[in-house]
Design a protein around this ligand. Sequence first.
Ligand SMILES: [Zn+2]
Length: 156
Amino acid sequence: MKVMEVKKELQVSAIENGTAIDHIPANKLFDVINVLGLDKLSNNTVTFGMNLKSQKQGRKAIIKIWDKFLKDSEINKLAIVAPDAKINIIKDYEVVEKKLVQIPDKVEGIVKCMNPMCITNHEYVKTKFTVVNKSPIILKCHYCEKMTEEKNIVVT
Ligand SMILES: [Zn+2]
């Protein structure tokens, strides 16, 4: 193992038990925190690193959540804002499992419909989309049938 790799492994696994989310685009860090409700966790320590150098992505962010293991449904929410994120499950300071995020076929309540006339932007109706394309992500609104593209995604 090269020195750089050892260093990287330490950087990611420096929590005892929990989840490290790696390869988040730096500008999506707060969307990820929002989507996963990390600001509402009361018993878990959450740490993050922002603007870390990444060979693949330019600048990236990492989030580490102590003593929490994300459910697949939570990981899939993450997919909408950070489709290239990598999930590391850590036990006793070791990465015991790596998971890739998977973009779900349906998205409910995470993203705003970009159509200003849509009912979801005027009444208390939870948004609902069908994922019609996964890379780049294109969402079709269940109510108004307008498309919301990845570059226009706004997290509710
Ligand atoms: Zn709509």
